[in-house]
Design a protein around this ligand. Structure first.
Ligand SMILES: N[C@@H](CCC(=O)O)C(=O)O
Length: 276
């Protein structure tokens, strides 16, 4: 099966932009020995506005490139890609590929019965969370809202802007009125807004960040496959950052989350011929 993989190889983590950093933080917390290749497809964000065909094409390109970087596992740190592309691309790669929807849905049903999901327009339209939640708990009720303004606001570093709070109030209002008890942050950018969301939601509403659950699943998978890196010398694990857009811009925006400006390289992804 996955014979060419070795424990010392990195884990690939990708998103359209800085959203995947919320997953990267969990990788650093739960899997501190692992090296990571992080890719942000910043030239083509937001993915949430893209068609399913475009998203699938981008994901193929990213995974082909990640394979050339010798990743031993790929984590789609992007709900939109997980919702639209995971089941399609998985069969075409000789490496474990993990997505956020199932771990997020399972975590949500463990917390409540009236489950709100906020996500990109593409994820909401796919109904991937509705299916996954209802399969895990047929009694659960799901209320979805797409929040197309969030990703551009986060990518332009406007988290604490009063306008962002107003937009968030408008998006959450129908969910508060529906009396949700649980809210799934169904886009990896949104945990960056947790503080803003908390100001609006009643305190009994549980927030579910699927990032911590997908990384837990990744950890189990690494053990199962004998691919966990056991070398715990702190200087060995490194995270390298790559983007398709402007590396300086990514370094500047991600600084808030990483505590320092990372070194970021630009990558030109090659088009992949898709068999239809
Ligand atoms: N991080 C996003 C992608 C957002 C976007 O580019 O629209 C997700 O989890 O869906």
């Amino acid at each position: 099966m996955f014979l060419q993989q070795e424990a010392r190889f990195p884990i690939g983590v990708f998103d359209s932009g800085v959203g995947g950093l919320t997953v990267l933080q969990e990788v650093h917390r739960q899997l501190p020995n692992e090296s990571v290749v992080y890719f942000g497809d910043t030239a083509r964000l937001p993915y949430g506005k893209r068609s399913p065909a475009e998203i699938i094409e981008y994901v193929y390109e990213i995974l082909h490139w990640m394979q050339s970087e010798q990743v031993k596992m790929a984590i789609m740190a992007c709900n939109t890609s997980s919702a639209l592309a995971l089941d399609i691309v998985r069969k075409d790669f000789d490496l474990p590929i993990l997505g956020l929807i199932l771990p997020g849905a399972r975590a949500a049903v463990g917390k409540g019965k009236r489950i709100g999901v906020i996500a990109t327009t593409a994820t909401v339209k796919s109904e991937a969370y509705v299916r996954a939640i209802c399969e895990s708990d047929p009694q659960a009720q799901v209320f979805q809202v797409d929040c197309p303004e969030f990703v551009p606001l986060i990518e332009s570093d406007r988290i604490n802007d009063p306008y962002t709070l107003q937009v968030a109030k408008d998006y959450l209002q129908p969910l508060v009125e529906a009396n949700i008890d649980t809210l799934v942050l169904g886009c990896t950018h949104y945990p960056h807004l947790s503080g803003v969301l908390r100001q609006i939601l009643p305190s009994h509403v549980a927030l579910v960040n699927p990032a911590s659950y997908v990384v837990r699943a990744a950890s189990q998978e690494l053990d199962l496959m004998g691919l966990r890196c056991l070398d715990n010398r702190s200087d060995r694990a490194e995270t390298r950052f790559f983007v398709s857009g402007d590396p300086d811009r990514f370094a500047q925006v991600s600084r808030r989350w990483l505590g320092k400006s990372p070194l970021v390289e630009k990558v030109y992804l090659s088009p992949v011929e898709l068999l239809s």
